[in-house]
Design a protein around this ligand. Structure first.
Ligand SMILES: *Cc1c(COP(=O)(O)O)cnc(C)c1O
Length: 374
């Protein structure tokens, strides 16, 4: 049987043809396709301004700069995410302040968030882990009460909704990722949803060397920008993916439900929140019952690999990485994130999977766990 990876991009022939057309067009870097992609993304989020970048990391860092965040400022975020989430805070010279996650949603615990706010807090940077949305009503109520900006790390939650409204169609600054493992991809890429044209113009400068061009062809630089523009090659992939995004997400929700039906509940796995309306099931992540197992997570992953199945780890709690320990974080600071980070496994989930693939994963999990369960 073929190896089943934990994720795999789904590219249709129309998308591949569109990329070929860009390659033949004579224009490879940011151009008409990138602008078309921005227009399509803007339409998808209800008409708000959108600018594309070569990664969500760039989009998040630019969002922090647009919000005027820098040295001396604190930004509150979750310790349970891809490390880009906190790295961008360090990159602009600000201080990441972590708040532990809620055990059910695995997202930042909104009950504990306000206690972390200080006079230096400038922004909240929440993450929709595995595409399960953070409660936007409570989040923005807190932000308004304390006059804070919100930079939504929606890297994993493209196409997810909150109370019937698409993420990105509301709120403050919202970043999506089009990394190859995300729900829609442009190979590498990302975008930022902005509040108005002024922010959009600043975003354009920050993503490309700070340059503005006047209609008469002259240019000026009045701010230090980086180099994070998206190529038209990538934009052509993204356009093809955006057309399919809602279908992809519907398929993911269906497959996630199949996991709930077929995973053996007597194996002691702790399943994710069974939410099938708002989230986009970017990942399906049970927690291993490590205190009842005679094997480590690493050994479990090795055994699954031997069964022909890829299992990922997303993510270890990031405050325990060396870079963050050097800034004073230690074991025990965020016990819920640490516990989830130690036990989490990402099982295969991507739109091209068949029902039989889910069954195959569930059977392999049972074969591996049953003999080592105490
Ligand atoms: C993937 C991811 C990012 C970074 O996205 P890139 O496009 O790879 O830069 C940031 N935050 C979260 C939560 C992610 O999953």
């Amino acid at each position: 049987m073929d190896f089943l990876p934990f994720t795999r991009p789904c590219l249709d022939e129309d998308t591949i043809a569109a990329v070929t057309a860009v390659l033949r067009s004579g224009w490879l870097t940011t151009g008409p396709k990138a602008r078309e992609f921005e227009g399509a993304l803007s339409a998808y989020v209800g008409g708000r301004p959108v600018r594309v970048m070569n990664s969500a990391t760039a989009a998040l860092e630019i969002a922090l700069r647009i919000a005027g965040i820098g040295p001396g400022d604190e930004v509150i975020t979750t310790p349970l995410s891809w490390v880009a989430t906190a790295n961008v805070i360090l990159a602009v010279g600000a201080t990441p302040v972590f708040v532990d996650v809620d055990r059910e949603s695995r997202n930042i615990d909104l009950n504990r968030l306000e206690a972390a706010i200080t006079p230096r807090t400038r922004a909240l940077l929440p993450v929709d882990l595995a595409g399960l949305p953070v409660d936007r009503d409570r989040l923005y109520a807190i932000a308004r009460r304390h006059d804070l900006r919100v930079i939504e790390d929606a890297a994993q939650s493209c196409g997810a909704q909150w109370q019937g409204r698409r993420l990105g169609s509301m709120g403050d600054l919202v970043a999506f990722s089009f990394h190859a493992n995300k729900n829609m991809t442009s190979g590498e890429g990302g975008c930022l949803v902005l509040n108005d044209e002024n922010e959009a113009r600043l975003c354009e400068k920050l993503r490309l060397q700070g340059v503005t061009r006047a209609a008469d062809g002259t240019m000026d630089v009045d701010v230090l920008g980086g180099k994070s523009n998206l190529t038209d090659i990538a934009a052509a992939i993204g356009l093809g993916q955006l057309r399919q995004l809602d279908g992809f997400n519907a398929r993911r929700r269906y497959l996630a439900r199949q996991y709930f039906v077929h995973l053996d509940r007597t194996l002691g796995l702790e399943l994710p929140l069974p939410e099938f309306e708002q989230g986009n099931w970017h990942m399906f992540q049970p927690l291993l019952p490590l205190d009842r197992l005679r094997i480590t997570r690493g050994a479990f992953i090795e055994s699954m690999r031997a069964e022909g199945i890829g299992v990922g780890v997303h993510y270890p709690a990031m405050h325990l990485f060396t870079l963050y320990r050097q800034r004073g974080f230690a074991v025990g600071d965020f016990p819920v994130a640490e516990d989830i980070g130690q036990r989490t496994i990402t099982l295969p989930l991507f739109p091209a999977m068949q029902d039989a693939d889910v069954l195959r994963v569930c059977e392999a999990v049972a074969r591996v766990l049953r003999p080592v369960l105490v």
